[in-house]
Ligand binder design. Structure first.
Ligand SMILES: [Zn+2]
Length: 71
């Protein structure tokens, strides 16, 4: 899941932009999501590349497999 590095929770994150890239009109190659934390105003971007199965997170958000602090 994507969490805000300042608030350490995903609770206030909003996806402000979401894009899916296609190849040959069918295969999803890349997913791009822009996040904004409505609590502290932090922004970040999450990109998933299906070809290389690689996740990239930039900005003031982080990708974590941990359970949320505030469930
Ligand atoms: Zn925040």
């Amino acid at each position: 899941m994507i969490t805000c590095t300042n608030c350490e929770t995903a609770q206030f994150l909003q996806i402000t932009q979401s894009r899916v890239y296609f190849e040959d009109g069918e295969m999803i190659n890349e997913i791009s999501e822009t996040y904004e934390c409505t609590l502290c105003g932090a922004t970040g971007k999450y990109v998933y590349d299906e070809d290389s199965d690689e996740e990239t997170v930039t900005g003031e958000v982080e990708h974590t497999t941990e359970r949320p602090k505030y469930a």
